[in-house]
Design a binder for this molecule. Structure first.
Ligand code: ADP
Ligand code: ZN
Ligand code: ZN
Length: 764
């Protein structure tokens, strides 16, 4: 019986469910699980991944097709297992999940789009070195020295043969310079030697240097914001020591002596308590134990300091993987990880798929961030995948946050750090009641900002909404400007002279009159980042006190976020105003004031995580204030909801109290972590069809302990009517399987073909 490979063809079609059996020809019998093979499939050649190897098949082996060839590099076998798990866990297909773990540039095409870059490199040989030491300069100027041809021609692989120790080699001044360059700098790309190809070739022919094609790594470049500490680890605080100890113990524990739950930690430490230092030292311990490390950050643009600190500590052992890299850079970083040249991978959620061997530690920084959830199929949550990967590899999971999710508090071993490294208290938080306010900035806020300017310090102002105002209405007839394709109001962006939809991108010119009644008086409601920026400039801005805005409108281009952060960091004083981006993880020492405008805005979302988000937003912003040598920070929270639990708890820095209350509430209402949620959305041009499909799915869901809510209408999006089901399940596995089966079955009906269905496990 020839060996059989079970292969997943990489197609996106949902209806195709592999793996399919292929017979391995003699030339491919050495392939492993994870190998990429070109296989005939449905009348054409496609790329496929070997999911299993076997020697049994239900079909007669001679009837099986044979793969044509292998494509290098393949995927590590563990990642194939992880992808198959993701497909099941998130109602997707194995082919789509495998697409997450492919080498950069390998896609559905049967030839990879990126390869290792090779360049011609010149390196001094022993002979060349000897020539420099003993050689004399040729009398005749120019390259065509008389001694050329004296050595074996055309044999670059014979270093040293030409320069017999006792025979002086003649070199022109130019040749000597080239060799001296190589002696100083080591091997150089031919283009950087200062000599043309012909001259190099002649020196190589004389055995004085070696010329060959070598791999040349494309190094990611990125803007580092204030990596303030160099390589040497500081002395840990007592709290850091205590947090690190059980982590290091778990890293050193032999296989099987700890159960998986004992290897999962939550580092719950206030902002500035030195969590990153704990990550760094835990990573060092993992490397010492000969194992590799994955470090997940929510968004690479927001984590330049974390990346820089890992690079400063571990140098080239660190590889970064993220979508802002060029494809060549990404490929080279991936290969460095694959070959074990780099042992730490830092990156956003996709870095959980780093092709590392023997992972010993998986770190999830700022684990509360929603960015860990992937919004395309498969809709995986990198935090859950991280836990799974750690489990599979017997690794330690280390999640960290100042505002952890109730889910993590419930499931992980918690390590608490209550004090900032610098010993300063967290800044006081004042709640400002905006119910009678006539201006978007409370008088106390204005005064505090003026103080910051007088003192020459910095402030951060958070407005959770971009644009100028939230919506426009006609003062005479009350018409509200809405998106034609979505049931939402259009937001005014004054600098673009447009009103636009934040859901689909539809944009139109700012109206001057009402089309319904002809009135010219239009009202603008609410204030977004653009308007607040202007208010701040009017109130306090001057050339010595710049107002910088950071939101999706100002950071649309690649690298813009990092540039804005660098500018703010470098400015001696000023204000940074923006959306949530401004509250995330930055460490600016001279920020003394943090302001949250409309703190209740996130509370108004109809989402069971609204309180958690609000708490975290305020606490994270508070974490940016008062970090530096100037002492006391101060935080102001403007809100209409002065007695909301999340806001009061955040003002009191009462993380434990907030989490306890949140867990009690969720247990009562059966929300995560006490149940899993699965959301099914059916969309169609007609609401009745969307509802009918949702209804059909609902009737097919059959899982013990699952409660199905809906169908309920969702607002129209991109011209499509939507209907939603929410499944609350206590037995996750069974519920996910049942929902996946129901969605697939309905999708195959005539109705299902007119509706698009999607299932989202653990929706955000
Ligand atoms: P967190 O991630 O908990 O907000 P960081 O890790 O950013 O905190 O630490 C805050 C600051 O304190 C950083 O500038 C960091 O370099 C510094 N720091 C951390 N640990 C120590 C230590 N043990 N001694 C001195 N400085 C430290
Ligand atoms: Zn009108
Ligand atoms: Zn729209």
């Amino acid at each position: 019986m020839p060996p059989i490979a079970r292969i997943e063809p990489l197609t996106t079609a949902r209806a195709i469910r592999g793996p399919f059996d292929y017979r391995l020809p003699p030339a491919l019998q050495h392939v492993q699980v994870g190998a990429l093979l070109v296989v005939p499939f449905g009348g054409r050649d496609v790329l496929g991944v070997v999911a299993e190897l076997t020697d049994t098949t239900e079909v007669a082996p001679e009837k099986l097709a044979e793969p044509r060839s292998a494509v290098e590099p393949g995927i590590p076998a563990e990642l194939v297992g992880l992808a198959r798990w993701i497909a099941d866990e998130y109602c997707s297909t194995t082919a789509r999940a495998l697409a997450l773990v492919l080498p950069p540039g390998a896609g559905r095409a049967t030839t990879p789009r990126v390869r290792t870059r090779r360049v011609l490199v010149a390196e001094l040989t022993h002979g060349g070195r000897a020539a420099l030491e003993t050689g004399q300069e040729a009398a005749a100027p120019g390259d065509g020295a008389a001694s050329e041809g004296a050595s074996t021609p055309g044999n670059a692989a014979a270093p040293g043969r030409a320069a017999a120790p006792n025979r002086a080699v003649r070199l022109t001044p130019k040749q000597r310079l080239v060799l001296e360059n190589l002696a100083d700098a080591g091997p150089l790309p031919a283009a950087q030697t200062g000599a043309d190809h012909g001259s190099l070739r002649r020196l190589a022919d004389r055995g004085l240097l070696l010329l060959e094609q070598r791999e040349r790594r494309r190094r990611p470049t990125h803007t580092a914001v204030g990596a303030r500490n160099g390589g040497a680890p500081p002395r840990l605080t007592l709290e850091q020591v205590k947090a690190l100890e059980p982590i290091v113990t778990a890293l050193g524990a032999a296989d099987g002596t700890l159960n998986p739950a004992e290897r999962r930690f939550l580092l719950h430490g206030v902002t500035g308590s030195g969590k990153t230092e704990v990550y760094l030292q835990a990573a060092a311990a993992a490397l010492d134990a000969g194992r590799s490390v994955i470090v997940l950050v929510p968004e690479i643009a927001l984590a330049p300091q974390t990346v820089a600190r890992f690079q400063a500590r571990f140098g080239d052992t660190v590889a970064v993987l993220h979508s802002q890299l060029g494809q060549g850079e990404r490929y080279d970083e991936w290969m460095r990880l694959r070959r074990g040249e780099a042992r730490i991978c830092v990156g956003p959620r996709s870095a959980v798929f780093a092709p590392l061997d023997d992972v010993g530690l998986v770190i999830v920084d700022e684990e509360h961030e929603p960015a860990y959830k992937h919004e395309g199929d498969p809709r995986y949550d990198a935090r859950r995948v991280a836990a799974r990967r750690a489990h599979d590899e017997g690794a330690v999971l280390l999640s960290g946050s100042a505002t952890p999710r109730p889910e993590s508090v419930h499931a992980l071993r918690r390590l608490r750090m209550l004090r900032r490294v610098d010993g300063r208290p967290l800044p006081p938080v004042e709640i400002l009641d905006m119910r009678d306010a006539r201006h978007p900035l409370h008088p106390v806020t204005r005064e505090a900002l003026a103080d910051v300017r007088r003192a020459g310090r910095k402030a951060i102002v958070l407005v959770n909404r971009r644009g100028w105002s939230n919506f426009l209405s006609c003062r005479s007839c009350g018409k509200v400007w809405q998106c034609p394709d979505c049931d939402v109001a259009l937001v005014l962006h004054r600098s673009q002279r447009a009103v636009s939809c934040h859901h689909c991108g539809h944009s139109e010119r700012v109206p001057s009159t009402c089309p319904d009644c002809g009135s010219v008086t239009l009202a603008r409601h609410g204030a977004g980042t653009e308007r607040i920026e202007q208010e701040l400039i009017d109130a306090i801005g001057d050339p010595g006190f710049p107002v910088l805005r950071l939101d999706a409108d100002t950071t649309a281009t690649k690298g813009a976020i990092a540039r804005a952060l660098v500018r703010f960091d470098a400015a001696p004083a000023g204000v940074l105003v923006g959306t949530q981006i401004v509250a995330k993880g930055h460490d600016f020492p001279d920020v003394t004031l943090g302001v949250v405008l409309d703190a209740d805005q996130t509370l108004r979302f109809p989402d069971f995580r609204a309180d958690e988000r609000t708490y975290s937003l305020i606490a994270q912003l508070a974490g940016r204030a008062g970090r530096g040598p100037h002492g006391d920070g101060r935080v102001l929270v403007q809100t209409l909801a002065t007695d909301e639990r999340a806001i009061i708890a955040a003002a009191a820095h009462d993380s434990d109290g907030f989490l306890a209350g949140e867990l009690a509430r969720r247990e009562l209402l059966r929300y995560p972590p006490f149940a899993s949620l699965i959301r099914v959305v059916c969309s169609s041009e007609q609401l009745s069809q969307a509802h009918a499909a949702a209804d059909a799915v609902m009737r097919m869901i059959d899982a013990p302990g699952a409660q199905v809510l809906g169908p309920a209408p969702l607002f129209r999006l991109r011209g499509r009517e939507r209907s939603q089901l929410v499944v609350k399940a206590t037995q996750r596995r069974a519920a996910v399987q049942s929902v996946a089966a129901a969605v697939d079955a309905v999708a195959r009906t005539p109705l299902g073909r007119r509706v698009s269905l999607s299932a989202d496990v653990d929706p955000q």
